[in-house]
Design a protein around this ligand. Structure first.
Ligand code: NAD
Ligand code: WQD
Length: 336
């Protein structure tokens, strides 16, 4: 199978390229490198001993997309490309709407023009808003509280409309919970620009001495220890979910929605402890106010992906922390 991977130089995309190549698929990556570096793709090729094709293309440039589809016959597209910082999306919503939504429309138009109708889209647990209970199944109501979340929700709806209009489309919506960790080799991993927004990269930068201390956003939630609970999933397990989705669903039309999580929640304090154990470093932290917009608890019911895709996670919290630390300690400055 020949797969187009948009945003393939990024964190989840690069790990997915490794798994695709290792499963014998041919990979073409497009990325505008706005939040990534081409170095990640060099390392993907080092890890796998296979080559992939890279084009620096922005999804907002329709003409380049058409040329790409003219030159290649793709079996499917995995669509990671997008902006993902929640806080920034509140500050500059139009940039998020243009990049994520217009970018996806351009991609789908190019796909339709060249008769490529299988797309796997990176959605997010953020589309469940503030769930009334946990674990969360795919049938839970959806909502969004910030422009980033709304781009995910709108894109899901746009893709569903596409299927209604033309039943030859095959749409796979993968709703990721909290991706963390890195490839075992330590060659690729998460490399956030500036100060990280997410918990795991923040902790690992405290461990490596780049940041002084972690702010724990609130310890008065109705959870076991008062801190927020999330479903952290190893990025390699997540990447494998994409391979399984392609294996099971290419050729099957419809709209297929799956949660990709472990089904188990960990609190912020549990993550700190697990990271201290994995790294042998002390994580300095300080309890502060809640972060606006945060929810108390969020974890997945991923039985549907298990049943229908034959996918399950294999890596637990210790491995998530060990692999994050391996990458961070080998590359304190990321890909720089
Ligand atoms: P990332 O920023 O590392 O990767 C996204 C890639 O897309 C980057 O390489 C960036 O340069 C590229 N890109 C952005 N806009 C583009 C455009 N217009 N044209 C071409 N390339 C463009 O992020 P990630 O963590 O790997 O996330 C991948 C996808 O998964 C995103 O859609 C994100 O919203 C989604 N997601 C991420 C998480 C998470 O916590 N990391 C959770 C749920 C969903
Ligand atoms: C996890 C927990 C924080 C940082 C975000 C997006 C979501 C999805 C994944 C893309 C929470 C606490 C965090 C810190 C802290 N992305 N925390 N101190 O908020 O679950 O989800 O990333 O789709 O859309 O909203 O992840 O890693 O930011 O936070 O105490 O410095 O860690 O309060 O309980 P979140 P996170």
């Amino acid at each position: 199978m020949k797969i187009l991977v948009t945003g393939g130089a990024g964190y989840i995309g690069s790990h997915t390229c490794v798994q695709l190549l290792e499963n014998g698929m041919d990979v073409v990556v497009i990325d505008n490198l706005s939040n990534s570096s081409e170095e990640s793709l060099k390392r993907v090729q080092e890890i796998t001993g296979r080559s992939l094709e890279f084009h620096k293309i922005d999804l907002l440039e329709r003409a380049w997309l058409d040329a790409l589809f003219r030159d290649h016959q793709f079996d499917a597209v995995i669509h990671f490309a997008g902006l993902k910082a929640v806080g920034e999306s509140v500050q500059i919503p139009l940039k998020y709407y243009r990049n994520n939504i217009t970018g996806t429309i351009n991609l789908c138009e190019a796909m339709a023009n060249h008769d490529v109708k299988t797309i796997v889209f990176s959605s997010s647990a953020t589309v469940y808003g503030e769930p009334e209970q946990v674990p969360i199944t795919e049938e839970f109501p959806t909502s969004a509280y910030n422009p980033y979340g709304r781009t995910k929700l709108f894109i899901e709806e746009i893709l569903k409309d596409l299927y209604v209009s033309d039943k030859r489309w095959n749409i796979v919506l993968l709703r990721y919970f909290n991706p963390v960790g890195a490839h075992k080799s330590g060659k690729i991993g998460e490399d956030p620009k500036g100060i990280p927004n997410n918990l795991m990269p923040f902790i690992s930068q405290v461990a490596v001495g780049k940041l002084k201390e972690l702010s724990v956003f609130g310890n008065d939630y109705p959870t076991s220890d008062g801190t927020g609970v999330r479903d952290y999933i190893h990025v390699v397990d997540l990447a494998n979910g994409h391979v399984k989705a392609l294996e099971k669903l290419v050729g099957k039309t419809g709209v297929h929605t799956y949660n990709l999580g472990t089904g188990r929640g960990y609190s912020v304090l549990e993550i700190i402890k697990a990271f201290e154990k994995a790294s042998g470093r002390k994580i300095n932290y300080n309890i502060t106010d809640r972060r606006p917009g945060d929810i108390a608890e969020c974890y997945a019911d991923s039985d549907k992906a298990h049943r229908e895709l034959n996918w399950k996670t294999e890596r637990g919290i210790d491995e998530m922390c060990t692999d994050t630390w391996h990458w961070q300690s080998m590359h304190p400055k990321g890909y720089e």
